[in-house]
Design a protein around this ligand. Structure first.
Ligand SMILES: Nc1ncnc2c1ncn2[C@@H]1O[C@H](COP(=O)(O)OP(=O)(O)OP(=O)(O)O)[C@@H](O)[C@H]1O
Length: 388
């Protein structure tokens, strides 16, 4: 069953290549991937093309199928259908009977656990995968040393893992995964064991080195900040399927559903009834307050709807001090300083109305129980049918 097949040849003209060899469309190409576990869980209908040097994140809640997808790409798990190409080479095809083992897929992997050899120095750990590729001696040593310098550990090459911090160990693991210039780098929640501050620095190291080396990468996480900070594009997963893909900015501005909006942490979801619609905008009324947003789909008057409004899009003002005509009235239920910003919790419209969160750099001097005016640009909000 195991058999290497080089997908596409130089003789195939560009115009025909896509039809004859999807494997040439990106460094990672996945078509119709299925991994069905007994009992029905797993992933299905996974289609993905990752361009050379691109970094993509799979983002989703626990159990949505991120790790299953990654394991299938790595060859650690066996899909039940579909096709996978890495660096133009078919590594899995249900129909062609191709299933390359992990070591022949030209991938590097970085996991949550660093999995370093405890009896080897940092340098020896990084050299280790080169030996299997018949690169030894001075060349191996120099390549490993260069890679350690790239991840900022040049001075610690001779330390054993037990004399390195968690963040440093994860950088060694990163250097080890990249030292043989794999076609594809796979990350499975690599920052989960690190504290908040280290997560940010190691995250920046990952992004910088991945960019400097131009390595194509797929990153699995349930942390939206991580996914958005690291990725050129991100893919939201739910229940074993891809539900939306795009740049972080595209997904924030145009979530395909209330689910995506709340997963990205970008949403106040206000439920109400459609009052009117014009020019692609829909106005929903809830507790006497009016919320307008771009219509996602057809929303007739009287229909139940959900408006998604980003906390950072909300503008606040004190009543009587020049709020625009479309502003709603509300009351401050609570407020907190959250580092660089203030978070205001606002009850909108009539008493018992929808509760919204607003993030603002300004301290309005508003406090619990105060009346407040709030408004936003309707183009930054999205209105969905209740069933979305
Ligand atoms: N070996 C297995 N046998 C049966 N079901 C499995 C197996 N591995 C995973 N599953 C199921 O497949 C689904 C997807 O699991 P997966 O580990 O891919 O999710 P995930 O998104 O990576 O979650 P997490 O963020 O918790 O790691 C889950 O319902 C899980 O219970």
């Amino acid at each position: 069953m195991t058999q290497a097949v080089a997908a596409g040849t130089k003789a195939v003209p560009d115009s025909r290549r896509a039809a004859t060899s999807p494997g040439q469309e990106g460094d990672l190409v996945v078509r119709g991937l299925v991994r069905q576990y007994p009992g029905g869980a797993g992933v299905a209908g996974i289609d993905l093309t990752v361009a050379k040097g691109e970094m993509i994140s799979l983002l989703g809640a626990s159990g949505c199928g991120k790790t299953t997808t990654l394991r299938c790409l790595a060859g650690i798990d066996t899909p039940t259908g579909g096709e996978i190409w890495i660096g133009g080479q078919a590594v899995w095809s249900a129909t062609a009977g191709i299933n390359l083992p992990p070591e022949r897929r030209n991938i590097g992997m970085v996991f949550q656990s660093y999995a370093l050899w405890p009896h080897m120095t940092a340098l020896e750990n990084v050299m280790f995968p080169l030996r299997a590729r018949k690169i030894t001696g001075k060349e191996a040593r120099e390549r490993a040393r260069k890679m350690l310098e790239l991840v900022g550990l040049g001075a610690m090459a001779d330390r054993s893992p037990d004399r390195l911090s968690g963040g440093q160990q994860q950088r060694v693991a990163l250097a080890r995964a990249m030292v043989y210039h794999p076609k594809l780098l796979l990350f499975d929640e690599p920052l989960s064991n690190l504290d908040a501050e280290l997560r940010e620095t190691v995250r920046q190291d990952i992004r910088r080195t991945q960019r400097e080396l131009g390595i194509t990468a797929l990153y699995v996480t349930h942390d939206r900040t991580e996914a958005m900070a690291l990725s050129d594009r991100l893919i939201v997963m739910a229940e074993g399927r891809f539900v939306q893909a795009g740049t972080p900015a595209e997904l924030l501005a145009r979530p395909a559903s209330p689910f995506v909006a709340s997963l990205l942490g970008s949403a106040n979801l206000v439920r109400g009834e459609v009052a009117d619609a014009a020019d692609g905008l829909v106005t929903v009324v809830a507790a006497g307050a009016r919320f307008t947003g771009r219509a996602a789909g057809t929303l007739p008057t009287g229909a139940a709807a959900v408006v998604s409004i980003r906390p950072t899009a909300l503008r606040l003002g004190v009543p009587g001090e020049g709020a625009p005509v479309e502003a709603n009235r509300g009351r401050i239920r609570d407020w907190y300083p959250t580092g660089p910003e203030f978070e205001y919790v606002i009850e909108a419209g009539d008493p018992g109305g929808p509760v919204l969160k607003a993030l603002s750099h300004a301290d309005f001097g508003l406090t619990k129980g105060d009346e407040v005016m709030f408004w936003y640009d309707p183009q930054t909000a999205t209105c969905f049918g209740q069933a979305s």
